[in-house]
Design a protein around this ligand. Sequence first.
Ligand code: APR
Ligand code: PHB
Length: 388
Amino acid sequence: MRTQVGIIGGGPSGLLLSQLLHLKGIDNVVLEKHSRDYVLGRIRAGVLEQGFADLMREAECGVRMEAEGELHGGFYIAHGGGKSRIDLQGLTGSSVVVYGQTELTRDLYEAREKMGGKVVHGAVDVQPNDMTGAPFLTYTLNGEAQRLECDFIIGADGFHGVSRKAIPADEITEFERVYPFGWLGVLTETKPVSPELIYAKHPRGFALCSMRSQSLSRYYIQVPLSDTVEDWPDDAFWVELKNRLPAEVAKSLITGPSIEKSIAPLRSYVAEPMRYGKMFLAGDAAHIVPPTGARGLNSAASDIYYLYHALLDYYQKGEDAGLENYSDKALARVWKGQRFSWWMTGLLHDFPDQSGFDKRLQQTELDYLLSSESALRSLAENYVGLPF
Ligand code: APR
Ligand code: PHB
């Protein structure tokens, strides 16, 4: 088989690029290890910046997002028993869209299917080959060896994928920070406690009240890395969550059985450059952020934006400057997302090794933020997404 662009990974990054390219007549194939149900079973992020929403519309995948997604013009930071609203709309003129990654991925799959896009599920042992020469992908499907020749390979196979690992060690540099805690997340079929997200800083640890819709809530609490899901039966989770929320919020929290519960460790990670020969990395394959600033999925979307335009320039105008500059351009924005996620994580979490001095500074950072319109605007412009 031969295609123009061979994409490893059928998560949001790979599917969005596939859809955008197909609409412009650029042939591509997506190789996904798992089944569609498996990919859609993962509960992930839920806050989209406007640039991402625009890209979904450009991909002709925006209809359900527009109908069912919620426009949020602000969120709350809870602290010291009360809460302060961050007026995103007032500070930046922009809002975010609350729409689950699961739904977005479903929309992308449906669009790919409708257009006759080539998405191969159950592609195992995918391997990128001859990345600096005439690239091709090898994989196994239903026990049979396959070969797919292409002009370019896109590594959109997430943090645990093969593409980044296929780059020789001396051609890539990794930057990493691992945090000494994780987030325990619970999904429930209940009405969210607040119409807008609440990020709570509390001496017992961070908590977040989020949602997927007006009947599906997503809550998180910061937990030590040594904790397991078995340590947290539903009742214990609700008690601890309420402990960390302002009393008036805790009072109105509607609890219910969890339909999903998982612990995600917090990590910051970047691999540079995001290119090796004719293979380009995008999304979680190249970078991970702690979830505090809601940047993960959005950073993936900005990679796809740059890569899509670079590939268009190549195929439509014969220009390869976009591809040459892709890694630098994408990384400049990736690092801004890293900085913001690191800052917001540091602002709101309880760190086990914090000194008294560190705690005072952390509290002062929050006091300053909430008292300064300039500081608030800086938070808001990062949260709604810096320009591409
Ligand atoms: N071969 C083929 N497919 C693979 C391989 C492999 N060796 N390894 C992983 N995959 C697939 C995974 O099954 C998954 O469906 O690649 C896909 C990668 O998807 P994601 O991990 O969702 O990564 P990405 O598409 O970059 O999405 C951006 O941003 O906020 C984060 O975690 C959030 O997933 C989200 C990500
Ligand atoms: C979520 O709803 O899962 C979510 C929302 C905002 C974040 C992180 C996660 O910052």
